[in-house]
Design a protein around this ligand. Structure first.
Ligand SMILES: [Mn+2]
Length: 473
């Protein structure tokens, strides 16, 4: 009999699935009633936290994301909780000093996170080292915490099997506990997945987890080939929140491997009960328009142009604003050129937006880099980190002539900032975690703190001036 090697599943319904399908709007009250059942499945982990969940909680749901995490931790007695972490950008949009990264890692684990998946939009491992070190430090002290380094998957001349295996070795050396291949756009096709996983497995002992999206329609086949090639964990979503721009369905993958050496051993009846729970909420989201049936189909353009779907829709709206929709194909042709000029980065937020917007500018101005965005300049200066390939010297000379470029780890230039942040927001502070919420989203967090205070003082919200975010206290 073949050796048993059960594949493990990370369930994404509480993070990526609702982020991908319903703009991260699932509130805690929808999550909590099903936690007890989810806890019995035996998932490798449940993903429940990340930049968008944190932002949307504060901004739209008026919920404290830390409070959500504590409630989920209370409910999940046996299951590991996982979060997504943007390297030195933490859950925000700018690079933070190391003391903020350290504090965020420590508080995330203290409030209930077990596994931290850390990625960088340039795959510059220097931008991940501090978060990995911080996780390892907590792990040593508390016995809890797992640092997973995620590589943003992309295609291009620089991204050979040798590149990926080199990265796998470096990740092992930097002290990570596992590796994730994070395919944001569904670009990894089945037979390439076989090759990639086999190659990485041959150079590292670390467990490998695969994350993809159904966007281009190949994801469940990609998982099948990856599992056969030895991948350890796959990311799936319970069926009512699966497919389309989300992940392959958990139940489908479980059934696929039943009776094989990869059998998960999960109980399909239990999974069916969990799906039954989420289905009416899905129907509600469809009825309200929060879930747009458009995102449920196959977007083949993703594969054709190797550009993430979100980047294409951004581009279309930028062209529309300029009454230049006829330039669509010119911009599509310009994207690979700009990407090359900028050192061929993966296309994931924020690099996808930076490359896409610059390509639009180049086409509309009729001359390359006649106008460069602030972000393009920052990339060229090295402020986001090091790219896989060298950037174009010609473009550097044209866009930032004579300017100083950074070659060190960008965060080495940042002074510690926790004290300053705390002093800025101290009038609102009710818990240490509030300083971190403020650090990530200063305006949104402050609005939330005002709302929270008004609630605590039992203000009638119907008379609050929510347009100006002013609450009579
Ligand atoms: Mn994802």
């Amino acid at each position: 009999m073949a050796e048993q090697k059960p594949v493990k599943i990370m369930e994404t319904v509480l993070r990526d699935a609702h982020q991908s399908l319903i703009a991260t709007r699932m509130p805690t009250e929808i999550m909590l009633p099903i936690v007890e059942k989810m806890d019995k499945v035996g998932y490798h982990a449940v993903e429940c936290w990340g930049g968008a969940t944190f932002d949307a909680s504060l901004r739209f749901l008026k919920e404290d994301p830390w409070d959500r995490l504590r409630k989920l931790r209370d409910g999940f007695k046996n299951t590991k909780l996982q979060m997504l972490f943007r390297g030195q950008n933490i859950l925000g949009y700018r690079p933070y000093a190391d003391d903020v990264v350290d504090s965020f890692v420590e508080k995330s684990i203290a409030n209930g996170i077990d596994i931290i998946r850390i990625f960088d939009c340039l795959n510059d491992l220097r931008n991940l080292q501090e978060a990995v070190n911080a996780t390892n430090k907590v792990k040593k002290q508390e016995g809890r915490g797992h640092a997973q380094v995620a590589l943003s998957y992309t295609l291009g001349d620089a991204y050979t099997l040798e590149y990926w295996t080199d990265m796998a070795k470096k990740i092992e050396e930097m002290g990570a506990d596992s590796i994730c291949i994070k395919d944001m756009a569904g670009l990894l096709v089945p037979y390439k997945a076989s090759e990639l996983i086999a190659a990485m497995k041959s150079v590292t002992k670390l467990p490998i987890q695969l994350h993809t999206h159904y966007t281009s329609g190949v994801a469940s086949m990609t998982y099948l080939k990856a599992v056969e090639a030895g991948v350890d964990v796959i990311d799936c979503a319970i069926s009512p929140f699966a497919m389309g721009t989300s992940q392959p369905a958990t139940e489908v993958m479980v059934e696929t491997f039943k009776g094989t050496p990869y059998d998960t051993g999960y109980d399909q009846n239990l999974l069916a009960e969990i799906a039954d729970y989420f289905r009416p909420y899905r129907d509600e989201c469809l009825a309200s328009g929060l879930l747009n049936p458009k995102v449920m189909g196959v977007d083949i353009k993703t594969l054709l142009y190797q550009v993430p779907g979100g980047m294409l829709s951004n581009m279309v709206s930028q062209l529309k604003e300029q009454n230049a929709e006829d330039k669509y194909y010119d911009v599509l042709k310009e994207i690979p050129q700009v990407r090359k000029d900028l050192g061929e980065p993966p296309l994931v937020t924020p690099s996808s937006q930076i490359v896409g917007t610059q390509a639009v500018f180049n086409v509309l101005m009729g001359e390359r880099y006649k106008m460069a965005t602030k972000e393009t300049k920052a990339v060229l200066r090295g402020e986001y980190g090091q790219t896989v390939k060298p950037m174009s010297q010609e473009v550097i000379d044209k866009v930032i002539p004579g300017e100083k470029r950074i070659t060190c780890r960008p965060a080495d230039l940042l002074e510690n900032e926790m004290d300053k942040l705390e002093s800025e927001m101290k009038e609102w502070k009710q818990q240490d975690e509030d300083v971190l919420s403020y650090a990530l989203f200063p305006q949104v967090a402050t609005d939330f703190f005002k709302y929270r205070q008004a609630q605590q003082e039992k203000v009638d919200m119907s008379v609050a001036d929510t347009g100006n975010a002013a609450y009579p206290v």
